[in-house]
Design a protein around this ligand. Structure first.
Ligand code: ATP
Ligand code: MG
Length: 577
């Protein structure tokens, strides 16, 4: 049992203005964390207690799944990252330092290189495989926009696991084991998550899933089907367009129409009194420095991840105004595919577009009656645009897609042999043949998970902790600490609970009851025992459940059993099936 007066719980009445989302505000207000600098946070005792409980759940489930815990350095030789070619890709995001001998080091944003190097040295034979190594460790990323407290920090705790297998069936088994472990971890932490298909870079198929917490504060777009289980990150989601493709005057020849100052899709659509879907949006990109025209329907956004893959380029960026004028002959806002001499790549949802409207490649003018196949030279077709809410489902063909926001708390990924090949992680098979190990990697943002629980579980008065990760499970609250019998009864129940293994916070502060109740709701410990003079006169203690607000009463000698019963109910909610 800890007494409030001896604990460090600096609660705040108001959240600092910079905290934009509820979970960030509550972590500050309840005295769980404090900001050192942008993206850098200290865990105060209560925050740290909750964090340790999350870590322990992660650890137990990883161990249960057969993974082995290790601890790798946060600091890596830069050279190792150069060996896999990732220094070039991630140098922006990595913190780079030098030691006194001027050796280049980086602070690890992730550990594929380090773990693969380890396995390359320590695993020789098929007898040592499969193996899955994990750690719970601090990562460093120079994020463009650290924000929302622990959600996107410069320094954060990740659980990262890496599996090494001999064949594809083995990889599948390792992947499934981690997927199941993740479901159990999030359930035990009291978090509702949804596994969605995620982008896999070069690899296709269902080789990657992200575990998302659906929330308005989410930075990821999530698309799901309202009829089947299809769910994908917006970056990857495919939607079946259901809109029309043949518009009025489809058979006429293109004609230039003056559209002074109409540069945006909505501006042009309003001008022609038509829908954005009838417009063909034309964007000029530089793919490996070479200009290319990218066409998508006017009501869709270009998906740069899909575009990059379709163009098979290393670098992709929107062209600047000068380049746009050079290749289209018009100022920005009037580009169109007809008559362009640079390569044109079009979204497959534009196939069959007739009677469409595009920029005319002249200032203040658009082209109407465009038949894309007849009037333009499309070199490549591909899936280049985001799925939209309302699209048909690519999986079941029946349902309609719905758009949501999500926070990525975990990520499982079949990696293949990219790292094992580059760093020589192989083994001798039973025939003495040297083979390359096939990898999977599996991350959980431990600190992000902790904050996500609060984002998902709070009310107007404060946090509503799941019992599994609450800093303390029970708060004992003597209403008047100056009243002898109150203190006696409160200390007795607290001691009983403590002896039975409960984590107990004892609010011994000489404060007005209103202040203590408000703080208790803000802290959000699952079970509260109010001990007061009035109750004792009636022969009862009050047991308040934070998640429902339900108030139960029990005679002092029955209070222990009543708390135990309440705790058992709360544990049900965080027990995996
Ligand atoms: P994001 O897309 O949010 O930047 P990511 O896909 O780059 O994340 P991974 O490399 O998959 O992240 O890392 C594994 C997990 O680490 C993520 O699922 C997320 O929960 C967590 N994580 C990543 N970046 C941060 C960060 N800056 N702060 C806190 N947690 C993070
Ligand atoms: Mg990820």
């Amino acid at each position: 049992m800890i007494r409030w007066s001896q604990q460090l719980i600096p609660t705040l009445r108001e959240a600092p203005a910079e905290a934009e989302i509820p979970s960030h505000q509550l972590m500050l207000r309840a005295g769980l964390i404090r900001k050192l600098a942008g993206g850098l946070y200290t865990f105060l005792p209560l925050g740290h207690r909750a964090l340790r409980k999350v870590e322990q759940i992660v650890r137990e489930e990883m161990d249960r799944a057969g993974a082995l815990e290790v601890l790798m350095p946060a600091m890596h030789p830069q050279e190792l990252w150069e060996q896999t070619g990732r220094f070039g890709v991630l140098k922006e995001v990595m913190f780079k330092i030098k030691d006194r001998q001027e050796r280049n080091l980086v602070l690890g944003p992730t550990h594929e290189e380090v773990v693969t190097d380890l396995v390359a040295h320590e695993v020789q034979s098929y007898r040592q495989l499969p193996i899955n190594l994990y750690q719970i460790q601090t990562k460093f990323r120079d994020e463009i926009r650290p924000r929302f407290g622990l959600m996107r920090a410069k320094e954060f705790i990740m659980k990262d696991a890496y599996s090494f297998d001999m064949n594809l069936e083995g990889v599948e088994r390792s992947y499934r084991a981690m997927y199941t472990a993740y479901e159990r971890i999030f359930k035990r932490a009291g978090l509702r998550t949804k596994a969605v298909e995620a982008d896999t870079g070069a690899m296709g198929g269902s080789a990657s899933h992200e575990f998302m917490v659906l929330a308005d504060a989410g930075e990821d777009g999530v698309i799901e089907c309202d009829a089947c289980a299809y769910a994908a990150n917006l970056e990857r989601a495919e939607g079946v367009g259901r809109g029309e493709k043949v518009f009025a005057d489809a058979d006429k020849t293109p004609a230039v129409v003056a559209t002074p100052n109409r540069k945006t899709i909505t501006g042009v659509a309003t001008f022609f009194q038509t829908t954005p879907a009838r417009l063909i949006k034309t964007l000029i990109y530089l793919a490996d420095e070479k200009p290319v025209a990218v066409l998508v329907p006017g009501d869709r956004e270009v998906n740069e991840i899909k575009l990059k893959r379709a163009l098979k380029c290393a670098a992709l960026a929107l062209a600047d105004d000068v380049m746009i004028s050079k290749v289209t002959g018009a100022p920005v806002g009037f580009a169109g595919p007809v008559g362009l001499t640079i390569p044109v790549i079009a979204d497959e949802k534009l196939q069959g577009y007739r009677g469409a409207i595009t920029g005319a490649n002249q200032a203040d003018a658009h082209l109407v009656n465009v038949d894309l196949a007849r009037d333009a030279q499309v070199g490549t077709w591909g899936d280049l645009s985001n799925a939209n809410a309302g699209d048909g489902c690519p999986r079941c063909g029946q349902g309609q897609l719905v758009a949501k926001r999500g926070i990525e708390v975990g990520h499982v990924f079949k990696l293949g042999t990219k790292y094992s090949e580059a760093l020589g992680a192989g083994y001798l098979d039973p025939d003495g043949q040297r083979k390359i190990a096939i990898m999977g990697c599996y991350g959980i943002g431990v600190t992000r998970t902790l904050q996500s629980v609060i984002e998902q579980s709070h009310d107007a008065n404060g946090i509503v902790w799941p019992i599994s990760i609450a800093p303390y499970q029970v708060e004992v609250l003597p209403i008047n600490v100056a009243h002898g019998p109150t203190m006696e009864a409160a200390l007795k129940i607290a001691a009983e609970l403590e002896a039975a293994g409960f984590d107990v916070l004892f609010d011994d502060r000489d404060e007005r009851p209103g202040v203590k109740f408000k703080d208790a709701d803000l802290l959000g410990l699952p079970i509260r025992v109010n001990v007061g003079e009035k109750g004792l006169a009636k022969g009862v203690l009050e047991i308040k459940l934070r998640h429902t607000g339900e108030m139960r009463t029990a005679a002092p000698e029955q209070a222990f059993a009543a708390v135990q019963a309440a705790a058992a109910e709360l544990r049900q909610a965080v027990t995996p099936a």
